[in-house]
Design a binder for this molecule. Structure first.
Ligand SMILES: [Zn+2]
Length: 220
């Protein structure tokens, strides 16, 4: 931990560290700097990972929080591990334990939700979000444009958007919004559930065609 920090910040003061394995529904990792303490939450699915992989994820998270370039060796090592067969199986098992449900495949007539996710993942999340199950809603439901289903770790998008008339930025915005739900699990604030907290809103504004997308969705 200290070594990784030194590599990135040779002269800065050493902060305190707090690392916890956390039962995210998917392989998710977060970092926060609070009052001089670096708080890392690492998915419990990585608990048994080799040390080189843990080092890699710590490097990636620290680089992110201090806005330093991510070493490509570390990012390759991490991504390779996450996509490895073993881990896929563990995630699969976890989904089975958490319930069964039918999901339509991610490849629609016009858009491939897996591809949309991966593209957004690289552009906005340093490729750090593990892809949940991506699915088109089976009904042509208008009441829900898209939602994240934490029990099944699935992002479901209404099939009405799988159409050439729908601009790519609109579908990207829907998926981006749900990816933010993956990243910011629902918190309790007082007695109210805060689904779209201030951090959520701030990050949503990073989507370049936010206004265009919202305008388009109003026409649906
Ligand atoms: Zn939402």
């Amino acid at each position: 931990m200290r070594e990784t920090y030194r590599e990135l910040r040779p002269r800065a003061e050493m902060p305190a560290f707090e690392v916890r394995f956390y039962p995210f529904a998917n392989i998710n990792n977060t970092i926060r700097l609070r009052e001089g303490t670096l708080k890392l939450r690492i998915s419990d699915m990585l608990e048994g990972a080799p040390e080189s992989v843990l080092r890699a994820i710590i490097h990636i998270l620290m680089a992110k929080v201090y806005r330093k370039p991510i070493d490509s060796g570390h990012s390759t090592r991490y991504r390779r591990y996450v996509s490895s067969y073993d881990l896929q199986q563990k995630a699969h098992l976890m989904r089975q334990i958490r319930g069964r449900k039918r999901f339509a495949p991610p490849q629609g007539r016009t858009y491939d939700l897996d591809a949309v996710f991966e593209d957004l993942n690289l552009r906005f999340f340093h490729g750090l979000l593990a892809r949940p199950r991506m699915s088109w809603s089976s009904a042509r439901a208008r009441n829900s444009l898209g939602h994240y289903d934490p029990a099944h770790n699935a992002i479901v998008v209404s099939r009405i958007f799988d159409h050439p008339r729908v601009p790519r930025y609109a579908i990207e915005y829907l998926v981006y919004h749900e990816m933010l739900h993956l990243k910011h699990p629902v918190k309790l604030r007082g007695s109210r559930r805060s689904v779209h907290g201030p951090e959520f809103h701030a990050e949503e504004k990073l989507f370049p065609q936010l206004e265009q997308a919202k305008r388009f969705l109003k026409t649906i």
